[in-house]
Design a protein around this ligand. Structure first.
Ligand SMILES: Cc1cc2nc3c(=O)[nH]c(=O)nc-3n(C[C@H](O)[C@H](O)[C@H](O)COP(=O)(O)OP(=O)(O)OC[C@H]3O[C@@H](n4cnc5c(N)ncnc54)[C@H](O)[C@@H]3O)c2cc1C
Length: 416
């Protein structure tokens, strides 16, 4: 087993780190200033995107690009350390056209769009000219069970008509967001997992109303986690993605790689939190000792290092599995990292915030924002408990019950 990255990936990592140091890290303050003034910093974002694309640091997440599609054609395993580097700055992945939820949406369109849908939506997304959102969750029903959703997609002549209420729809407030991929029901009478379909809804269609951008732990995300009402929204029948009744299967296909990207970026952000924690613990003293010399702080540093390493290895294994056997076969590994990594990320931020003292809760470090995002990730793409339930189910299924199968390992006295 080789734990190193290939020379190709090492070179890309070096190139990406240099780009981050030169173009992104110096703009962190400007980004926050512009966001605090209520504007999305699209101006410098667009010029950075052009530069990244010119340097070949573009669409690094998508392994199976066609010859005519722009991108770097890396495996998921090769992409992992690059996503980690991007994850050090919350908005950096957009510069490389590798940000959620667009990556998951591009993957979905790449797999299932018709040629006309590809031309209309996938090409501009791969070029970074537009942004997109994925709308599944609804306020009125427990949406971690997708069979609960109530949004209706009703066929009417050559059109579909959509009525529903969604919330926490990421990216919907982005000024360049032009497409919503909406999950709803086309047939309430079909079997539970064949009722759902996905449909492509242009952002500016009549009847689409963005009600608000919901703050997350009181943090405003400029790209938005929006509440949206779809009221008699009419789109051509050709906007259906896949076939009627395939929505559940499409959602499963979409969420695999999207989940792993979140986890890869989170490892990078957790590494940054640990770096900040270590430097702070070295630079401040109380009661005659550097902070790291106090047992509790040293332990937080050590635990953080152990947890990050464990999480990274599991993420790399999941990426390797997706590359080898596909996201469907790797669903246990994907669920494992989704249930693990956000908690590791939140724990490391939490400890770093404590080491920073009161400053850790202020907007003067990235820790509070990052903790908020780590906490949110315990819901986004399915809450921890649903993933844990799935893992347990797969574990149980893999070992059909045979009474006494493990008896040989028991030390209890033999019974007659
Ligand atoms: C910042 C953020 C961004 C998001 N972005 C998007 C987006 O872009 N698009 C989108 O469609 N959605 C998005 N979501 C929504 C997210 O996917 C849902 O919140 C999630 O799927 C849970 O659905 P729910 O909120 O309806 O919780 P519910 O389904 O009501 O579940 C509530 C709780 O019940 C418990 N629970 C549920 N099932 C089980 C079980 N099987 N075993 C044990 N306990 C269980 C869990 O503790 C769970 O947290 C986002 C959420 C956040 C916070």
């Amino acid at each position: 087993m080789d734990f190193g990255y290939s020379p190709k990936v090492e070179a890309l990592c070096e190139q990406l780190r240099a780009f981050m140091d030169k173009h992104i890290v110096p703009r962190i303050r400007q980004w926050h200033d512009e966001v605090n003034q209520g504007q999305y910093p699209v101006s410098f974002m667009e010029s950075l995107k052009e530069q990244a694309r010119a340097e070949g640091l573009w669409n690094l997440f998508l392994p199976h690009l066609r010859d005519d599609e722009p991108g770097t054609r890396l495996t998921n395993l090769e992409y992992a350390p690059l996503a980690e580097i991007m994850g050090r700055v919350s908005w950096a992945s957009e510069v490389f056209n590798c940000n959620a939820p667009d990556t998951g949406n591009m993957e979905l369109l790449h797999m299932f769009a018709t040629p006309a849908q590809r031309d209309q939506w996938l090409t501009p997304l791969l070029d970074g000219r537009i942004r997109s959102a994925f709308a599944m969750t609804e306020p009125e029903v427990a949406s971690s069970d997708a069979t609960n959703i109530t949004t209706s997609i009703r066929r009417d002549g050559d059109d579909y008509v959509i009525n529903g209420h969604k919330w926490f729809i990421t990216n919907a407030a982005h000024p360049h967001c032009k497409l919503f991929i909406v999950m709803g029901k086309t047939d309430q009478q079909a079997p539970a997992h064949r009722q759902q379909s996905m449909i492509l809804v242009p952002r500016d269609t009549a009847g689409v109303e963005i009600v608000r951008n919901i703050t997350v732990v009181n943090h405003v995300a400029p790209e938005g986690h929006c509440e949206i009402v779809f009221r008699d929204v009419r789109v051509p029948a050709a906007n259906l993605l896949g076939e009627e009744g395939s929505g559940f299967a499409l959602a499963q296909a979409r969420l695999g790689p999207g989940r792993i990207h979140h986890c890869m970026r989170s490892i990078g952000a957790a590494e940054l939190a640990l770096e900040l924690m270590v430097e702070r613990a070295q630079s401040r003293t109380t009661f005659g000792k550097a902070l790291h010399e106090h047992g509790a702080v040293g332990e937080w540093i050590a635990k953080s290092r152990i947890e990050i390493e464990q999480a990274r290895l599991l993420v790399l294994k999941a990426a390797w599995m997706i590359d080898r056997v596909g996201a469907k076969e790797a669903r246990k590994e994907i669920s494992m990292i989704k249930a693990l990594v956000p908690t590791v990320y939140a724990n490391v931020c939490e400890r770093a915030m404590q080491v920073f003292g009161a400053m850790g809760l202020s907007p003067d470090t990235p820790l509070a924002d990052n903790w908020t995002w780590a906490r949110a990730l315990r819901f986004a793409d399915g809450p921890d408990e649903v993933h844990l339930q799935g893992i347990a189910r797969m574990e149980i299924k893999a070992r059909p019950y045979v009474a006494g199968a493990t008896n040989a390992y028991l030390i209890m006295p033999a019974r007659d």
